[in-house]
Ligand binder design. Sequence first.
Ligand code: NAP
Length: 245
Amino acid sequence: MPSLEGKSAVVTGASSGIGAATARALAAEGARVVGGARRTDRIAAPVTALQLDVTEPASCERFVTAAAEELSGLDILVNAAGLALGRDPFDDSTEEDERLVLETNVNGLIRMTRLCLPHLRDGGHIVNIGSVAGRQAYEKGSLYVTSKFAVRGFTYALREDLLGRPIHITTVDPGLVQTDFSLVRFRGDDTTARKVYEGVEAMQPGDIAECIVFAVTRPSHVNIDELVVKALAQSSGGRILRTES
Ligand code: NAP
């Protein structure tokens, strides 16, 4: 029997990359899945697509109400929506970018968690997608690094506040995964984005989705607190071994 038969899940950032792969993987394990993103046309069946902008409180409220109704309650929330903007020294960063990165990665994730918690059934699970950038800083990534340290801090704090309740919480902190992340980070500059994945075997979104499925399918008395998953050729966000081309 598929391990998540009878369970329901919400995945944010389900239109691309890690969120899309996770939504598909949870569905393949038998869960009914609602995926949220701004580009709902990129979310395909069996995942049910619902419009979501995590930076907009009203959008989040509409999304959670509709998802909880569609799924008759929730067992799993995966907070995968996120982004970075630019690879610049802090002096060159802007307040506009700061707002969008923190609003999306931090406030959006916290907001979605707050809204989903009342719908989570006993035995439920919250999975936050952090990053190795949230464990070790690297140069020219200050806003993103700040946001992912905040995700880890929030996840630790939530673990404390949920202690004693039958809800699991996990942070999954990936290293280099080949997705549209770099295309977004470099504002649509495909050539620069592609260089990020040159000369190195990056992880694929499915590699992270498999880890998430592992975390949410443990026995109910087990909580996987943290999973740090890197490409073999990297030791941190800032140190990646590349072959010469
Ligand atoms: P991606 O392919 O660019 O996917 C990002 C997802 O986030 C998209 O589905 C996007 O959907 C969604 N999103 C962005 N802003 C949103 C908003 N305001 N409201 C709702 N959804 C929003 O990148 P990815 O690599 O899969 O990133 C997923 C998560 O993994 C992020 O939290 C990222 O920080 C983290 N991560 C990635 C890597 C990596 O190397 N790729 C490493 C560590 C951690 P729409 O644009 O359609 O709204």
